[in-house]
Design a protein around this ligand. Structure first.
Ligand SMILES: *Cc1c(COP(=O)(O)O)cnc(C)c1O
Length: 395
């Protein structure tokens, strides 16, 4: 993206809200726990470095990314905190990973061999966080391979098991039995580590929902199976103040949304009753009235599937977006209210500052609403706000 910004469309990111959310998540994780701030996918759309620095200032001691590339971007921005790469990188990334002092998640023998070779070449010991699958069935060492991979780690002079982790598949559902089943398997995994005399300094299980809903359960497993280790929480969505799922309210846990998506009216028209509007003429004016054009569209991350189901705030009132959502523009029905070019339009958040939910009771629009109305989750809405939208850091 060019650094020129003429279009008024922008995403305001409240760095202080991310810092406050970090503190609240640390509290939820209990005494002695540390927080690993998950800033993958450009800080869930909030800005990689903005999110990282805000979370560190709020008390996070670790950062996590999905890709080695994201970790290198943090280092190039001068971020010195430990950085965990959440999935095992391709073997070809092993040397770059060590050169940038990134900590890999590991689970495949092939990668361990490549990392060991790279560590030998550099004359150093590579610290790793081994991931044991306990029921997510995505990445991680499958139970039948735990012994083989742990034996490999225990035998290596150039690999140090600094961390041990697993990932919960249904942490955002308060009452499903599978979380307890996964925690039982993780207890067995910690036993397996001990049988290989592996004593990781850090042990981690919980994402945001795990920290908000299941802390007593996973803390008990860690206290019994790795009493000397520091419990770490890998929190992403909660840092940004967004619901991890329909059954877990971030606001109820004191978390505040950190992004406001705003634009301004760029064009106004008075149209007659019955005038058809936008591609496909899928909507016609129900009466004579005012139509406002706003320069944001699906190429900015407003899902086209929200056509007919999207509202915005204009002069403190909710108004419907009408007609098909287009690539670069949406149309707002103002009826009898005369809009003016330059009027603020809030797509996400509250009018006049403050992200949605931060002033309970007032009529904000949250990413939760977009997610629910478009059949997805907050994560996809946040990460879908495209690079074309400038991020403006406030707070
Ligand atoms: C993305 C991710 C997280 C963060 O999850 P949230 O639900 O956003 O808190 C934690 N752990 C792993 C392995 C992840 O991939």
């Amino acid at each position: 993206m060019s650094s020129h910004h003429f279009r008024p469309t922008r995403a305001e990111v409240d760095a202080a809200a991310i810092a406050r959310n970090t503190r609240r998540l640390l509290d939820a994780a209990g005494d002695g726990a540390q927080l690993c701030a998950v800033v993958k996918a450009d800080g869930y759309g909030h800005g990689l470095v903005t999110a990282a620095q805000a979370a560190l200032s709020g008390g996070a001691t670790w950062l996590a990314v999905a890709l080695v590339e994201e970790g290198i971007a943090l280092r190039e921005a001068g971020v010195a905190a430990p950085v965990l790469v959440l999935s095992e990188p391709p073997a070809a990334a092993a040397a770059a990973l060590l050169a940038h002092d990134l900590t890999p998640t590991v689970y495949r023998a092939e990668f361990l061999h490549a990392l060991e070779d790279a560590a030998v070449q550099r004359g150093e010991v590579a610290r790793v966080h081994v991931k044991l699958d306990t029921g997510m069935t995505r990445v991680g060492v499958a139970a039948e391979d735990w012994d083989a991979v742990l034996a490999l780690l225990a035998a290596s002079d150039h690999l140090e098991v600094e961390g041990c982790q697993t990932h919960l598949a249904r942490a955002d559902e308060p009452d499903v039995p599978t979380t307890a089943v996964q925690l039982e398997r993780f207890a067995a995994a910690l036993d397996a580590l001990r049988s290989f005399s592996l004593a990781p300094r850090l042990v981690h299980v919980a994402n945001t929902a795990g920290a908000l809903l299941h802390t007593p359960a996973w803390r008990a497993v860690l206290a019994a199976g790795a009493p000397g280790a520091v419990p770490l929480v890998r929190a992403g969505i909660g840092l940004y103040g967004l619901d991890p799922g329909p059954a877990v309210s971030a606001a109820a846990h004191g978390l505040e949304p950190a992004m406001r998506l705003v634009s301004e009216v760029s064009h106004v028209r008075r149209i007659d009753a019955g005038t058809p509007v936008s591609y496909g003429h899928r909507w016609s004016a129900p009466a004579d009235g005012w139509l406002a054009t706003v320069p944001i569209g699906y190429a900015d991350g407003v899902p086209r599937t929200l056509t007919g189901r999207l509202d915005v705030l204009h002069r403190g009132a909710r108004r419907p977006v009408v007609g098909t959502i287009t690539m670069d523009q949406i149309l707002v029905w103002c009826a009898d209210v005369t809009p003016a070019v330059g009027d603020e339009i809030v797509l996400i958040g509250h009018a006049g500052g403050g992200a949605a939910g931060s002033a309970a009771g007032s009529a904000g629009i949250g990413m939760e609403e977009w997610a629910e109305r478009s059949g997805t989750i907050t994560y996809e809405i946040a990460t879908g706000i495209s690079a074309r939208v400038p991020r403006v850091v406030v707070g």
